[in-house]
Design a protein around this ligand. Sequence first.
Ligand SMILES: Cc1cc2nc3c(=O)[nH]c(=O)nc-3n(C[C@H](O)[C@H](O)[C@H](O)COP(=O)(O)OP(=O)(O)OC[C@H]3O[C@@H](n4cnc5c(N)ncnc54)[C@H](O)[C@@H]3O)c2cc1C
Length: 447
Amino acid sequence: MALHRVGLYWFSNDLRVTDNPLLAQAANECQQLICLYVLPPEWRQPNRYGLRSLGDQRWRFLQRSLGDLRQQLQARGQQLLVLQQNPLHSLAELISQHGIAVIYYSQHVGYYERRYQQLLRQRYPFIHYNSASTHTLFDPLQLPFKLDELPDNFSKFRRLVEAADLRSQLASAQPPPVALPRTPLNTELVSHNWQQLPAVNHVADHPWQGGSSSAINHVQQYFTSTAPQHYKATRNALDDWPASTKFSAWLADGSLSVRQVLDALAHHEQQFGANDSTYWIWFELLWREYFQWYALAHGKRLFAFTGLKQQGPRTSFYAARFQKWCSGNTPYPIVNACMRQLNQTGYMSNRGRQLVASCLVHELQLDWRYGAAYFEQQLIDYDVAANWGNWQYLAGVGADPRGHRRFDLDKQTRHYDPHGSFIAHWGNSRASAVLDHCDAADWPIDE
Ligand SMILES: Cc1cc2nc3c(=O)[nH]c(=O)nc-3n(C[C@H](O)[C@H](O)[C@H](O)COP(=O)(O)OP(=O)(O)OC[C@H]3O[C@@H](n4cnc5c(N)ncnc54)[C@H](O)[C@@H]3O)c2cc1C
């Protein structure tokens, strides 16, 4: 016997039916269920940095993920309602129209996303809420410390997690529910809303296609290859598809869960053997985990110029330099190639991200938040915690005990692009020597 007459599942960064315990719970508890995804309009509008939170590349990827989720839900007798509105307005309408008794949502670590969730609970205290940490590996209660005692750097965090042997206590990914309760929504209206989404050109041969079906295919291909056996040695490559896992974009929108990745990793280790490289995949997933809890613990400070420190870096904002950095037109060919790769594909390797961030802060002396905001717009794997946490780290205002990471760009170029093929491929090796220029007409005239 179902507990609630009408429930609502509010999807956000958990765009999957597999390994989604909250959805399974909703399937058991509700007679009728509304499945909702809301795209806040401000994501596509200029933000305080003059950039958009959701650029075209990620929007394309996200539409694919939503399309895949829609099919998975339809196969279980459900519909996906996608609205472009302030989430609180969408929810208010649905609550009053359908008498919703219970709402299910994945707990977000982002400050602004959480604010929507908190406001919802405040405005509708009579509704029953079920939420869980489905974006992270651990549940907050499993962590071997209280959130306000989160270690101030990754190494301490990893040591505590490994000492508590949390990996061996992780449950396996859950199968998807076989069927879902029916929707009270008019299905024609739901399809109409779907068709209203702004069109984006899909790029058929783009290596990343959104959605859990592509994610699962990719995870299977990766772990049945020998690439994981060499991951530690190859992961810093600038431009080689199997050099690193390429799981990030699916993990970011939740069409893939981190537990699904760990199950596949364990299976690979049984088949091919565990080594330093397979351990390193776990190690990198722990970095991801650390930044999730870091974002939750530090709230709004994730976006503050001074980060967790008393003082920010000695940087400022120079419009022309920032433009050059964004378009890949700086005096540094390696940075230009990385930025052009980002602009064309929505992806950049981890090493590339470190180099361009170091360049922005140390060579161009720009305010790091503009770099983070540009990544937010351009990356298909944008994740609020990983992006802003890594930027703080590189700007010396975050979780780096050394407090300062300046990469020697010439040395890094010799090491990671010894034959210049990466720079030749992504273009513009003729770096612009001039950083700032000023037209004679701009100078004040001395009368
Ligand atoms: C300035 C900067 C900004 C970044 N912004 C993001 C972002 O918005 N979204 C994002 O997912 N990653 C971000 N990263 C981390 C990292 O660069 C990417 O996760 C990685 O390059 C994705 O490629 P991959 O999946 O092949 O990674 P792999 O090397 O195969 O790593 C496996 C997984 O571990 C996680 N991971 C690896 N390194 C990190 C790290 N340093 N921090 C957090 N998680 C990590 C990712 O989920 C990744 O998919 C950023 C790093 C830097 C330096």
